[in-house]
Each structure stands twice: as C-alpha cells, then as structure tokens.
Design a protein around this ligand. Structure first.
Ligand code: SF4
Length: 161
C-alpha cells in the first residue's frame, strides 16, 4: 500500500495544462447552474468511437472534472445529456424518456457528427434521425469522433469555467 502511495506521489499531476477558457457564450440555462454541470451520457446508436473520446475527456489526462463537469449514472441526477450516435429507431423512445427524466432546467449536447446530422449513417434503414430531430439540442460538437479537447471545450462552455 505504501509503495503504491509513493508511486502516486512520484507520478504527480498528469493532466494537460488548462487551455484558456472558451470564447463561446454560456447558455442562459447553464449560467444558473453555478459552474457545476452533471452529465448523463446516452448512446443513441454510436459506433463507440465517440464513447472512447468522452472517456478520454473525463480521464486523468484531459480531466474535464476540473472545470466542474461530472458524469453521473442516472438522468435524474443530471443537468445535461451527452448524446452520441445517430438516433436509431430502437433508441428514439429511450432518448425521449431519458430527456423527460432529467429535471428542468436541462441541456442537451449532441456529441459527434452522427449526433449532429447522422454522419456516415445518414439514410441507413435503422436510423430515425439526428438528435435534434428527437429532443431539443443546446450545443453540438463536430468531429468523427470529436477530439477530447473539443469535448472538454464544450463542457466548459456549459460550466462557464
Ligand atoms: S461521429 Fe464517428 S465516431 Fe462518433 S458515432 Fe459517428 S461514426 Fe462513430
């Protein structure tokens, strides 16, 4: 145990240096959250590429939590949804229900090109549409997949930090 503790101490801080705060204006709903935003992630039909980048964004290197963003396990504990993938027919209703389960005021972030406009899956028989076709979207993150830096920048727009 002591050896592990010494190793942790030797490793020190591994997070990337904090970039300057994003220039984008914080949405009015987010401003009322006091700099702390809890996110529930929902995969509406992603290939899992966006999930890998979200995991990186909230991991020790990019460390989105230092800006007041946190992933939570239930939409009832969340202020915002991070939605990935095109919305498949099977996931349209679960997305609607998850959105309804988030207490107001609530925000939705569409993560990745598929969430924005169905991306490479546009026109596929199992795709119901983009995220904005099913629930209101407040912020969109471009990229296939988006880089962790872009995800961190977007969550910082919401936390205002
Ligand atoms: S945007 Fe790219 S990485 Fe993300 S779900 Fe779509 S295909 Fe996969």
């Amino acid at each position: 145990m002591l050896r592990l503790w010494r190793k942790i101490r030797r490793a020190g801080r591994v997070a990337e240096p904090a970039p300057p705060p994003p220039a984008d204006e914080q949405p009015a709903v987010a401003a009322g959250l006091g700099g702390s935003v809890q996110f529930r992630h929902l995969d509406a039909g992603s290939c899992n590429g966006c999930e890998v980048e979200i995991a990186s964004a909230f991991g020790p290197v990019y460390d989105a939590e230092r800006y007041g963003a946190r992933l939570v396990a239930s939409p009832r504990h969340a202020d915002a949804l991070l939605v990935t993938g095109p919305v498949t027919r099977n996931m349209a209703e679960p997305l609607r229900r998850t959105y309804e389960a988030v207490p107001a005021p609530k925000l939705v972030v569409a993560v990745g090109d598929c969430a924005r406009d169905c991306g490479v899956f546009a026109g596929a028989y199992g795709v119901a549409g983009a995220v904005r076709d099913v629930v209101p979207v407040d912020l969109e993150i471009t990229g296939c997949p988006p880089r962790p830096e872009a995800i961190v920048e977007a969550v910082r727009v919401l936390t205002g930090r």
